[in-house]
Write a protein that binds this ligand. Sequence first.
Ligand SMILES: [Zn+2]
Length: 390
Amino acid sequence: MSDDTPIAPHGGVLVDLVVDGADGEALAAEAVNLPKLVLGERELSDLEMLAVGALSPLTGFQGEADYDAVLDTMHLQDGLAWAIPVVLSVTDEELHRIGNASSVGLTAVEGGEPLAVVRIGERFARDKQREAVSVYRTEDPEHPGVRALLDAGDTCLGGTVEVLTVPTHDDFTSYRLTPAQTRAAFQERGWKTVVGFQTRNPIHRAHEYLQKCALEIVDGLLVHPLMGATKSDDVPPEVRMRCYEALFDGYYPKDRSMIGIFPAAMRYAGPREAIWHAIARKNYGCTHFIVGRDHAGVGSYYGTYDAQRIFEGFAPDELGITPLMFEHSFFCVRCEGMASPKTCPHEDADRVILSGTKVRDMLRNGERPPIEFSRPEVADILIAAMREPT
Ligand SMILES: [Zn+2]
């Protein structure tokens, strides 16, 4: 499929770790008797991403040489750009239980069917302090990514993964497209250039504007929300999906835009995660990727433009996908349209700018934010959701 698709996967080959047919049956029979590891939500998400090639060229959980190289140089050992380690951490208790086994089965729940088998190539100590500083730029345990890192086991199992069953979901199934499926969908639509948009929030006018600015210069738009593990104060996935659907129904050209789900777990690693997100979207077939302000950030750990600047550290052909950097945007009453500080010469007083807190307060009070800020259909869904018992 790589011949007539517009962009090659990272490293050149779209990885597919699923083993089926007679080999799959043999693997399933073997897996039954292997020691098992029950994966947490994050690792399950990583397994799904690995299985379908969203993390191409990775074919399993990273070993120490790649782990070190990623932390120190943002590249794999072989020199390919890579920003965030993808490792399988185990606790001392799990390590003891696995013993000297050379393979281990992965399950979603205790006693569950094995989803995959890891061929353990190595065991190495996870250097949490160094990883925190490199990936998250902080050791603060209040940072959700650092917190998850500190809570993970102290030893990593590196090794290739053979997948029996890709972790499944019972929600949004029609939107759960693998990289092979988005690539096929782009081809079917005749899109040679596609921009990917990462989000974990409802989309208001500002982000709609960025997407449409990008769409002016490419063939298609993939709105690619993350529906995996996010912070508990984020808007719930089912509410967000209703918002995206309302927006698509009312305001997006059907032959130029589509929604897919990005199965990643959020790290909140800001700049490094922006690189990681871009590489993954390249695997999904996107040629362009929107990087706004504070991409994948949390709190005040990162500078507003850090996630854009980090791209300057890579030669364009290292990433392959083209980042499109955007400013904060807003409706300006004097420009009479959506604009940004790059395109609007007016003062803040002329601009419809609302803080997140203000918007939440309005919605909680059953009040629509101004139409210049949020589409009424989206506002109504959020208002209704806030009234639902949680
Ligand atoms: Zn203006």
